[in-house]
Design a protein around this ligand. Structure first.
Ligand code: GDP
Length: 450
């Protein structure tokens, strides 16, 4: 199967300091290269036993490059279904780079981004939707995202898609029967039944292909604090973050400015932003700040509108309240002070009374927020990868169109080609028909070594 293939190698661990770094090889020469680049401490050690063996990575003169552990996994029971070898050396880039150079000198080729997973795909170990899930798992932020990616990698979406294609095929065969045997099969009955099934299937696909939910899983939910100046937004931001301090995540690659912080709540990543900081002095800048604050609030999954309970509502408060929709939670702050706010004048939205200064009520607010974020749907397999989401939505729209046409009185064999088209779109999710271009684009987004 892979007799002619070259053997690829890469550092599979993340760059930067760490305890260990792993150089991975895959391909027909993995074993030979490993035996040349690694010397077990015990000369009798059996490298082929899928066990980690202690020893040293060595250069062409037999001199040690690094103390290391190595493992050899023979095809086909490996990630790529080819022979795979790993050399676990000391972390940091120096040792791993030296070991990588050594295996390249021995005839391995530097792997392209995602090439290990691409080989797993080409050798039939994973389908495209699973390969994409691997990529997402590697980048997963938060428990919910990890669970979604893992479910998908184990075939959650793939089996849903296969089931959907199966159902469509079944409907198509009933349509065909109605065409072939018009005397025996009642076409109108088939049309009505297929129409109902198409609606149901489209609904199931749409439910799993909700872009908002996918984005929340991928990037976390965006929660924005808004309110007029001095109501206590910054204080509340600090109180929320310190209540969650133990699990504030330091996610690499994000700018940790004071305006936006991430933490996890009930396994979901929350990106909390304070629009107060957007305001700057100076007219033009102030206006830009207000504009940015508005667009942040518009794009947010949840808006926390902070009001000062110790003061009557101002026109600015009223203007903000007038815009409040179902995404809003009202935070009635400064409850430690004498109350001057007329609560009867507030719109009918969930409200939490709290004191940002002491942190009192903040736990309640977090509980409400968690409830709100959890309400975004169950955890059934859903399409989280942009490419899959697009295909699924197009398939659902096509099926809706078919159902509509049947409802308008078109005969089933007229809509059949569109149903076939939906099948193709769904097949592309798992990559049964994916073109080389699509495949290359997908794997190019992977990191090297995966
Ligand atoms: P922002 O402009 O909305 O971000 O408001 P700040 O967080 O800067 O707070 C404005 C003022 O209100 C500061 O002096 C805070 O100390 C005070 N403040 C905030 N929360 C409370 C609270 O719960 N009780 C009291 N008494 N004062 C508060």
């Amino acid at each position: 199967m892979s007799g002619e293939r070259d053997t690829i190698a890469a550092i599979s661990t993340a760059p930067g300091a760490g305890g260990i770094a792993i150089v991975r090889l895959s391909g027909p020469r993995a074993e030979a290269i490993l035996r040349a680049a690694f010397r077990p401490a015990n000369a009798k050690a059996d490298l082929s036993g899928r066990r980690l063996t202690y020893g040293a990575a060595v250069d062409e003169d037999g001199a040690a490059i690094d103390e290391a552990m190595a493992v050899l996994m023979r095809a086909p029971y490996t990630y790529t279904r080819e022979d795979v070898a790993e050399i676990h050396c000391h972390g940091g880039s120096a040792c791993a780079s030296a070991v990588l150079r050594r295996v390249l000198l021995l005839g391995a080729r530097a792997a392209e981004p995602g090439e290990f997973t691409r080989r797993a795909y080409e050798n039939g170990r994973v389908d495209l939707s699973r390969a994409e899930a691997v990529m997402q798992l590697v980048g997963a932020q938060g428990e919910a995202a990890r669970r979604a990616a893992l479910r998908q990698m184990r075939g959650g979406v793939a089996s849903f898609v296969e089931g959907a294609v199966q159902r469509l095929t079944d409907m198509l065969s009933r349509i065909q029967a109605a065409v072939d045997f018009p005397e025996e099969v009642d076409e109108a009955a088939v049309a009505a039944q297929v129409r109902a099934e198409l609606e149901e299937l489209a609904g199931q696909i749409e439910q799993r292909a909700d872009p908002k939910r996918a984005r929340m899983l991928r990037e976390g939910a965006s929660v924005v604090l808004c309110g007029r100046p001095n109501v206590g937004k910054s204080s509340l931001m600090n109180a929320l973050l310190s209540a969650e301090r133990a699990i504030v995540t330091d996610i690499p690659g994000t700018t940790r400015d004071v305006l936006s912080e991430r933490f996890t709540l009930g396994g979901k990543v929350v990106r909390l932003s304070d629009t107060a900081g957007i305001r700057a002095s100076g007219d033009a800048i102030e206006r830009m700040g207000v504009e940015r604050a508005r667009s942040e609030v518009e794009a947010a999954d949840v808006a926390l509108l902070v009001l000062d309970m110790s003061q009557p509502l101002t026109d600015e408060d009223r203007a903000l309240l007038a815009k409040a929709d179902e995404r809003y939670l009202l935070c009635l702050n400064k409850r430690d002070l004498p109350e001057a706010l007329d609560e009867a004048a507030l719109p009918d939205l969930p409200a939490v009374r709290l004191c940002a200064r002491t942190g009192e009520g903040v736990e309640r607010l977090l509980a409400r927020l968690e409830e709100r974020l959890g309400a975004g749907g169950g955890e059934e397999e859903c399409f989280t990868v942009e490419r899959q989401l697009r295909l699924a939505r197009e398939a659902a729209a096509t099926l809706r169109g078919c159902a509509q046409a049947l409802g308008d009185g078109f005969s089933p064999d007229v809509v059949a080609p569109d149903m076939l088209r939906a099948c193709e779109l769904l097949d592309n999710v798992t990559g049964r028909d994916a073109s080389e271009e699509v495949i290359s684009a997908i794997f190019a987004n992977f990191c090297v070594g995966k």
